[in-house]
Design a protein around this ligand. Structure first.
Ligand code: TXA
Ligand code: MG
Length: 318
């Protein structure tokens, strides 16, 4: 059921049920993080391995202090600069946070999302919400309530509708437990902006959604159709032996008899607009009658880095 009823969402969560929630990045599949049975359901509904830990969501630093050992200085600076927002911080956890949430790690991932509907919900509950993206494991993340409904309608009682996600790619994850903080996943807050606050940071080489077991997930954010990245779309179309090609491009329209469906992320080359459109366009192409999807990378800066990371991992691994 898709609904805007925040008190009802609260009731379901208090009763140990799952509710999909809107955030500015993507929709999350939320449960009371302290309720082991409810958190177990998250892994079941998503078909997600339990070695892949969950982010906990809340509305205040005051609450976070009850769940972590301490907040390092640089983490505090980032929290003040970007929360509520598309930034997740890894902090040393207290044992009150269940092992299942962190996959046994001594660090917990925390985020204050910037979405009024979900902040209203979070303000009214006294537990954090464990919430991964509300998609089946490995598929494209949902950026509107309908995306969630298409895949999970019979598995969860409620999808809290907060409209389309303003950012459109997942949060940037920064491990703040090391001397030099490390970006584990490129996301909605640009690395340039993070460095402008705390200086140079490390970027995890294989920015993966699963830093505990990098390489175990050969693809992620992936459509069912074959997705190929090319820096010469038209040459590539001509070289393929299929005649119905879908294209997801950055700025340009490409004209070719075999290109039957095309989405342009942003005609004006805007990174924000591109991120906002990315997952909806990939889903739309996946649901059209094309044999293959071709795409191209963006310049490796600003949100282009997060978008490229998603495209690379969605691309067919041969
Ligand atoms: O924008 C987002 O972050 C969205 C919205 C719903 O908040 N959530 C999201 O969750 O993208 P998910 O589960 O799809 O991706 C979270 C990633 C995990 O794949 C995991 O690699 C990393 O965060 N993570 C979570 N807890 C961690 C931990 N304790 N140590 C290392 N990595 C962790
Ligand atoms: Mg995810």
């Amino acid at each position: 059921m898709i609904s805007t009823d925040v008190p009802l969402a609260k009731k379901y969560l208090e009763a140990g049920r799952l509710v999909a929630i809107p955030t500015e990045t993507v929709y999350g599949l939320a449960a009371n993080a302290f309720d082991i049975e409810a958190v177990t359901q998250i892994f079941e509904v998503k078909n997600r391995p339990t070695f892949d830990p969950l982010i906990i969501h809340t509305d205040s630093l005051y609450k976070i202090r009850q769940w972590v050992e301490y907040i390092p200085n640089k983490a505090m600076c980032l929290a003040q600069a970007f929360w509520p927002g598309a930034l997740t911080l890894l902090l040393p956890r207290k044992s009150i946070i269940p092992d299942l949430v962190t996959s046994g790690s001594s660090k917990v991932a925390v985020r204050i999302p910037a979405h009024n509907v979900t902040l209203e919900l979070l303000k009214n509950i006294d537990f954090p919400l464990a919430a991964p993206s509300a998609n089946p494991f490995g598929y494209i993340s949902p950026t509107c309530a309908q995306h969630v409904d298409n895949q999970l309608y019979d598995k969860i009682p409620m999808i809290l509708d907060g409209g389309s996600c303003r950012v459109g790619v997942e949060s940037t994850i920064v491990d703040c437990t090391t001397d030099t903080p490390t970006v584990l996943r490129k996301g909605g807050i640009e690395i340039e902006r993070i460095e402008s606050i705390i200086g140079e940071i490390k970027v995890y080489a294989h920015s993966s959604s699963n830093p505990l077991a990098p390489g175990m997930l050969k693809s992620h954010y992936a459509p069912r159709k074959q997705l190929i990245i090319s820096d010469a779309i038209l040459d590539k179309v001509s070289s393929l032996d299929v005649q119905k090609v879908g294209v997801l491009s950055f700025q340009k329209y490409y004209k070719h008899d075999f290109i039957v469906k095309q989405y342009v992320l942003s005609g004006s080359g805007d990174y924000q607009e591109s991120a906002r459109n990315l997952f909806a366009f990939l889903r739309a192409l996946d649901n059209t009658d094309v044999d293959i999807i071709l795409t191209e990378l963006l310049p490796e800066k600003s949100l282009g880095r997060a978008i490229n990371d998603r495209l690379r991992r969605a691309a067919t691994v041969s």
